[in-house]
Design a protein around this ligand. Structure first.
Ligand code: BT5
Length: 330
């Protein structure tokens, strides 16, 4: 059995008996290991940051858990069928989870493989921009997907990921967030999440895509660039990152499943409702030319429809949108 699986089983067992001693015999019977092996895994869990008390003739008791997005903590009680079910790769520190996921996907990693890090030293945004990724304060996660679809259906997946983040913020924190087309989630006019979708494709079909999601969960103002916020700053309390990331993986799987089966149509209404830019004057750069106009709608493919000052309708698939006049975004 893989080490991470065993650790997950032990932690789950402790969680079933909160505050109670679990004997070495019980643990070894449940796991089918010798008591010496159980002791070895208890030591490994301690190295991961778990406070585990050991008392002769009583056994082991879980005293504290680390605030870490350990793969086996995230995987435990994950109710998905594919996402996060095969492999969750966890890193204390990495340059970029997207770079790692791309590397794994190139080497054949299956759909649903997840890469999570506590800290990124080279977190990436779009077009060579940086993503601030302070240690232990956020969710920096990349998911490998292998959709059987043409490349023109990929841009909408970024919107779906943003929708998944919005749903998780509402489910876990009970507060609303808005979508700034195409890849940002905003709260009260400040950015709380960014999404970077990277793709390898043949002319007519997708090999894989990597969905990179960065969410500021418990970050302080000091550790973020200006114009950014975190869930803790917005709600006034710390948010359980394991609960958040589990919910997010679940929301992603469900929305991605709907999209693959039924297309963007059924999700379009929810995207429009959460949009912070529809109805506003916007300006954006397309093919190094600035386009200005009114953001009118998100169409059935996920493209943004903009009516320019000259009355021309433009259909935009990606770009950086700047709001010219605010309408009180969430
Ligand atoms: C994005 O790019 O917003 C996509 C960010 C994706 C990050 C995830 S984390 C996991 C995965 N691994 C990676 O290496 N990346 C992905 P863009 O739209 O280009 O926005 C980048 C801009 O957002 C920067 O230029 C800053 O202005 C701002 N920014 C940087 N860090 C931020 C943060 N932590 N919170 C809010 N805004 C930030």
């Amino acid at each position: 059995m893989k080490e991470i699986k065993v650790k997950g089983l032990i932690v789950d067992l402790f969680r079933r008996y909160p505050g109670i001693f679990v004997s070495g015999e019980e643990l070894s019977a449940e796991l089918g290991f010798s008591r010496a092996s159980v002791w070895k895994y208890i030591q490994k869990l301690r190295e991961d940051g778990y406070g585990i008390e050991a008392v002769p003739h009583h056994g082991y008791r879980l005293r504290s858990v680390p605030d870490k997005l350990l793969g086996y903590e995230v995987a435990g009680r994950l109710s998905t069928r594919t996402l996060g079910k095969k492999d969750i790769h966890f890193f204390d520190e990495i340059d970029s989870t997207n770079s790692k996921a791309c590397e794994l996907a190139e080497a054949g990693a299956e759909e649903g493989t997840v890469v999570i890090a506590e800290k990124q030293t080279g977190g990436r945004g779009r077009m060579g921009r940086k993503w601030a990724s302070p240690a232990g304060q956020g969710v920096y996660m990349s998911v490998i997907l292998r959709p059987d679809m043409k490349t023109d259906r990929i841009p909408a997946i970024t919107l779906i990921a943003a929708l998944a983040v919005i749903r998780s913020i509402e489910a876990v924190c009970g507060v609303e967030a808005g979508m700034k087309w195409p890849n940002d989630v905003y709260m009260n006019g400040e950015k709380v999440c960014g999404i970077l979708t990277e793709i390898r494709a043949q002319p007519d079909r997708v090999d894989f895509l990597v969905l990179g999601i960065g969410v500021n969960v418990n970050a302080s103002k000091r550790s973020l660039p200006s114009g950014a916020t975190s869930l803790r700053l917005r709600t006034g309390h710390r948010v359980d990152r394991i609960e958040f990331v589990r919910d997010l993986i679940g929301q992603l799987e469900s929305l991605y499943g709907i999209y693959c089966e039924s297309g963007f149509g059924v999700l379009r209404g929810e995207c429009r409702r959460h949009s912070t830019i529809l109805g506003n004057d916007v300006s954006m750069v397309e093919d190094s030319r600035t386009v200005e106009g009114k953001a009118l709608d998100i169409d059935e493919k996920g493209a943004l429809l903009v009516r320019t000052g000259g009355g021309e309708m433009r259909r935009i698939f990606s770009g950086d949108v700047r709001l010219c006049r605010k309408r009180g975004d969430t």
